[in-house]
Structure formats: structure tokens, C-alpha cells
Design a protein around this ligand. Structure first.
Ligand code: LHQ
Length: 266
């Protein structure tokens, strides 16, 4: 795997067609300051325009996935200066909202390997990904209410859709830690796995007919706003596109020859 560092706080590696993006401020539980935000954005934007990148794998270094906003960042204010309260809306507008939109809109499937605690906006970055796999030792904390804030980074949109209204409200209003096992049981994430197999399992999920998977992502994203008629039309158009891919031809050939398919992402 060829590794490149983006600043010091985001690592980018490529293995085959999978680009692994690692949040790398382990001593601060990978909480997001401005430099890390911009590094992460740069890494994902590079994926968007990289024809060799078939899928993205997002994870964290050390014992946490991401503790959300770095509360020591100057943009958060000093916690005591009432004369100059921070404009947290501006932080969302400039940094978080573009990041969530980028992940959701990326033309490749994004797999998230939640290696440890995911708190605040860190939890919601994970939930914005297409497939979320978590280590058994990981957990999810909607920490906003613990510090008097409103959930952000898409939480109020994503959470009720994933786990239903009652559980979404409980998580958002109480901020209790949800274990990875419970997160799987509630449908918050795809699967919880033993810590030692997290990365191989996540890498395996990032393989496959990635062109078709990216089209599937587009259809599922659009379904959040479409009615059935619009969605049927979209499925028709995307299926037309999928039917022209090398992966579709390979998939059918492999089925008929009773062998595993060798997908190329084309
Ligand atoms: C941290 C952090 C952290 C700095 C742990 N910052 N140092 C965006 C911008 C605009 C508006 C506002 O909203 C947002 C989005 C947000 O994300 S707001 C929510 C921000 N996040 C939080 O409130 C979570 C704060 N962290 C925690 O609740 C805990 O640390 C968790 C549950 C993540 C982990 O607990 P523990 O495993 O017990 O670890 P710890 O608390 O002992 O933390 C270890 C160190 O990391 C510690 O520093 P130290 O120097 O004592 O070793 C913490 O201060 C530091 N750290 N999170 N977000």
C-alpha cells in the first residue's frame, strides 16, 4: 500500500482500487479541528476525480474513530467569554455541511470502519457513509446534548431514518453511549465485528462491482426525496447505465460458469 500524508492529521493510502482515508489525531481521539477538516475534504475531493479509486474506506487511528468537533479549537470560543460567543452556524456552513454533502454525493461507495468511539459529529460522519462496520469495542455517542448543543452533521435527518423516531429522540436527547452491538441490533449500522477483523472485513466490503454499487448509492440517495414514479424512472436510467458495464457482463458470465466473479469496477 502506498501511503501519503495530508498534513499530519489525515492519512491517505491506496491498495488496489480502495483508497483508505485515516483520521490521524489519536491523542485527541481524532476530534476535528480546522486543519483536519480541510485535509479530509482534500482527500475525499481527490477520490472524486481519481479514475483509479473504486471505493473509499474511512477509519480512525488509535482507540477512537472520531470524537467530533475539537472543543479546544479557537472557533469554539473560550467557554467563558459571553461578549463574543462563537458562531457555530458558520463552522457548520464552512466545514461540516460541505463534508457531509461530499461523502453522500461521492461517486464511489464509502465504507466506514468505526474502530473506536464515534461521538458528536464524528458519529454522524460515520452514518453519512454508505456502509458502516464497527469494531465490537466501538460505541456511538450523540454527545451534543451533553454540552447544550443541537445535533448536527446530518443527525436529525439520518438518525430517525436509520433507527426510527423513538430511538432517534432517545439518542439525541439523552446522549447515552450506544454499543456497537446495540447499534447493529437497532439498524444504525450494517454490522459489528470483532476488533481484529474490522479492517479486513471493511476492505472486503469495499470490493465488488463498484460501478454498480455507486449507481445503487445514487438511487438510494435520491429515494430520500423522490416519490415512487420519479424513483421508477431513475431506476430505469441507472439500470440502463449498469447494463453497459464490464462488471455486469463479468457477473453474468461468472454466474453461468459457476465461478466467483472478478469485478474490475468498470
Ligand atoms: C477531546 C475531545 C473533543 C477535544 C475527547 N475535543 N478534546 C461542530 C462545530 C460546530 C458546532 C458544534 O458542533 C459541532 C459538532 C460536534 O461534534 S459537537 C460535539 C463535540 N464532541 C463531544 O462533545 C465529545 C467529547 N468527548 C467525549 O465525550 C469523550 O471524550 C468520548 C465519549 C468521545 C470518549 O470518552 P473517553 O474514552 O472516556 O475519553 P476521554 O474523555 O478521557 O478523552 C481522552 C482525551 O481526548 C482527553 O484529553 P486528555 O488531555 O485529558 O487526555 C479529552 O479531553 C480529549 N478529547 N474528545 N471533542
Amino acid at each position: 500500500m502506498a501511503d501519503a500524508t495530508d498534513g499530519e492529521t489525515v492519512l491517505v493510502g491506496r491498495d488496489g482500487g480502495v483508497t483508505t482515508v485515516t483520521l490521524n489525531r489519536p491523542e485527541r481521539l481524532n476530534s476535528l479541528d480546522e486543519a483536519m477538516h480541510l485535509g479530509l475534504r482534500r482527500a475525499l475531493e481527490a477520490c472524486a476525480t481519481d479514475p483509479g479509486c473504486r471505493a473509499v474506506l474511512l477509519t480512525g487511528a488509535g482507540r477512537a474513530f472520531c470524537a467530533g468537533q475539537d472543543l479546544d479549537d479557537p472557533a469554539m470560543g473560550d467557554g467563558g467569554d459571553q461578549a463574543a460567543p462563537p458562531d457555530l452556524g458558520l463552522t457548520l456552513e464552512r466545514l461540516y455541511n460541505p463534508l457531509v454533502r461530499l461523502i453522500r454525493g461521492l461517486g464511489q461507495p464509502v465504507v466506514c470502519a468505526v474502530n473506536g468511539v464515534a461521538a458528536g459529529a464524528g458519529a454522524n460522519l460515520a452514518l453519512a457513509c454508505d456502509l458502516v462496520l464497527a469494531a465490537r469495542s466501538a460505541g456511538f455517542v450523540q454527545a451534543f446534548c451533553r454540552i447544550g448543543l443541537v445535533p448536527d452533521a446530518g443527525e436529525t435527518f439520518l438518525l430517525p431514518r436509520l433507527v426510527g423516531a423513538a430511538r432517534a429522540r432517545g439518542l439525541a436527547l439523552l446522549g447515552e453511549r450506544l454499543s456497537a452491538e446495540q447499534a447493529e441490533a437497532w439498524g444504525l449500522i450494517w454490522r459489528c465485528v470483532d476488533d481484529e477483523v474490522l479492517m479486513p472485513e471493511a476492505e472486503a466490503l469495499a470490493q465488488g462491482p463498484t460501478r454498480g454499487l455507486a449507481l445503487t448509492k445514487r438511487a438510494l440517495n435520491a429515494a430520500e426525496a423522490n416519490d415512487l414514479n420519479a424513483q421508477l424512472d431513475l431506476e430505469r436510467d441507472l439500470q440502463r447505465e449498469a447494463g453497459r458495464t464490464a462488471d455486469f457482463r463479468e457477473g453474468v458470465r461468472a454466474f453461468k460458469e459457476r465461478r466467483p466473479a472478478r469485478f474490475s469496477g468498470r
